[in-house]
Design a protein. Structure first.
Ligand SMILES: [Zn+2]
Ligand SMILES: [Zn+2]
Length: 301
């Protein structure tokens, strides 16, 4: 039978370091949205946690949605997703791990490796490590908006003979319906993942987010994290990266507080379209640099 699957989605259980609410889809809502959109299968793939699955397992069953327990592990080399892993896998993540270690954790837990946004411009994908990792390659991600990333992921998956799928990397409710993998399979997790590995797939609703949607995503995340950010500005951030040295001084606190308040008051203002355009231009320049590194990798494949 033909089953429509959303293989990459985040719920409010995913926590960001600066902006604590990474996704604004609450776990129960993910199931309800799937049902409303005629999606048969969803994998919850929160960052470094499997906590959504036990909370919505029963609700998914009652709604007739097949729920796959997943996790997106932030490894030292980029993100790696495990599909159909055990609940509590994150207990092994108390220290940073490499992609190879993450792969072993996923495999030991009986899961399948899914490789998201392989050529992300900020190197949030595993990039050239793909040679060492067997797994399903995500060949379309709505957040890969710089033009080459998905094309290269598709090309490399073909050249290395790896199975392909697509995923929404959904952080907003309306993203859940993007990038669906339609699988010809029996309706159980094991058969579905096997069918994907055999290439019995079609891809549906693949498109990138527009700049306006990217803006909406940022503003939603910040406004849902408002109390957390406010508290950090008041009581101090953890200084864990070079650029965070700037944080926590009195002038910075005033500036951050002013920006946050202004941002929340002027959400509908055109100024944010302008800000997004400027940061997009900067990101395009950055993407050109990353693309050159990946070009060299691909030409040597
Ligand atoms: Zn990711
Ligand atoms: Zn993700």
């Amino acid at each position: 039978m033909r089953l429509t699957a959303q293989l990459h989605l985040h719920t409010t259980e995913s926590k960001g370091t600066r902006i604590v609410v990474d996704s604004i889809i609450n776990p129960k809502q993910a199931v309800d949205l799937a049902k409303r959109n005629g999606i048969d299968v969803i994998a919850v793939t929160d960052h470094d946690t499997t906590s959504a699955y036990p909370k919505i397992k029963k609700h998914a069953e009652e709604s007739g949605i097949l729920l796959i327990n997943g996790i997106e592990i932030k490894t030292l080399d980029g993100h790696l997703i495990g599909l159909d892993v055990d609940v509590g896998l994150e207990e092994n993540l108390s220290r940073p791990i490499t992609t190879l270690e993450a792969r072993d954790l996923i495999k030991d837990s009986g899961g399948e490796v899914y490789i998201p946004h392989l050529f992300d411009i900020r190197n949030a994908g595993i990039g050239t490590k793909i040679k060492e990792i067997d797994g399903i390659v995500e060949v379309f991600n709505p957040l890969d908006i710089f033009g080459f990333e998905d094309r290269y992921a598709d090309l490399v998956a073909s050249r290395l003979g790896k199975p392909k799928a697509v995923g929404a990397d959904a952080h907003l409710p309306k993203m859940l319906n993007l990038c669906l993998t339609v699988v010809d399979s029996e309706p159980d997790t094991h058969s579905i993942l096997n069918a994907i590995k055999k290439g019995k797939t079609e891809f549906k609703n693949c498109r990138h987010l527009t700049l306006r949607e990217m803006k909406e995503l940022s503003l939603e995340r910040v406004s849902n994290s408002y109390d957390y950010i406010k508290n950090k500005i008041r009581n101090g951030w953890e200084v864990d990266r070079g650029y965070m040295i700037l944080a926590n001084n009195p002038l910075m606190k005033i500036l951050e507080d002013f920006t946050l308040e202004l941002g929340m008051r002027t959400k509908k203002s055109k100024i944010w379209d302008f800000v997004v355009c400027i940061s997009h231009i900067l990101a395009i320049l950055y993407a050109k640099k990353t693309k050159r590194e990946f070009d060299a990798f691909i030409s040597n494949l």
